[in-house]
Design a protein around this ligand. Structure first.
Ligand code: PRP
Ligand code: 7HP
Length: 187
């Protein structure tokens, strides 16, 4: 249950401001432009959390590229990633022989991306890399690291800029930490 007090009133503090995010996403876009120059990569958006990052990152790519989208969900208990991923909407394009960059909002336990990359590798892309806006390495439960990271963050539950709590807060333009009373049951 969410005890909503108001979209911005529910936020304890801003971890990453709009300006910080904008500047870092531009840097990542410039880096990816250099690294993939002439390779016509496919940027793969993992719905839904990555949408805002994806829209900004792809617009800072200064060379040819293609877009595709995948919708996945985890099997298992509601709040806990199981690592077994169900594909709700698969890619439209073939990635065989293509350079693929998976765009994600956050790597937490790493189980989701661990599973997704093993599924995508069976399709034999020329290369497969991960760019994550946020990395929470303290929470990692498997041996995976993103190839490109926007920000390494502490072990706090964050929302905004695509990240949600129970489907809410994705539209916040910054990334913030929720007040505990928002998600703690009232006694
Ligand atoms: C979030 C996020 C990653 C995953 C990271 O997705 O977008 O896919 O959790 O967690 P992990 O590293 O512990 O596996 P979520 O299942 O919340 O779906 P969403 O993108 O639709 O918000
Ligand atoms: C998933 C997720 N979604 C929103 N905020 C976080 O801190 C998260 N970690 N893993």
């Amino acid at each position: 249950m969410i005890n909503k007090m108001g979209l911005t009133e529910d936020i304890k503090y801003v971890l990453l401001s709009e300006e910080q995010i904008r500047a870092r996403v531009k840097e990542l876009g410039a880096q990816l432009t250099e690294d993939y120059r002439g390779k016509n990569p496919i940027f793969l958006c993992v719905l839904k959390g990555a949408v805002n990052f994806y829209a900004d990152l792809t617009r800072s790519m200064g060379d040819y590229m293609e877009m595709d989208f995948i919708s996945i969900s985890s099997y298992g208990a509601a709040q806990k990633t199981s690592g077994i991923v169900r594909i709700n909407k698969d890619l439209d394009s073939s990635i065989t022989g293509r350079h693929v960059i998976i765009v994600e909002d956050i790597m937490d336990s790493g189980l989701t991306l661990n599973h997704l990359t093993s599924v995508l590798r069976t399709r034999e892309p020329a290369s497969l890399k991960i760019v994550c806006l946020l990395d929470k390495p303290e929470r990692r439960e498997c041996a995976i690291t993103p190839d490109y990271v926007g920000f390494v963050i502490p072990n706090e539950f964050v929302v905004g800029y695509g990240l949600d709590f129970a489907g809410t807060y994705r539209n916040l333009p910054f990334i913030g930490v929720l007040k505990p009373e928002v998600y703690t049951e009232a006694k």
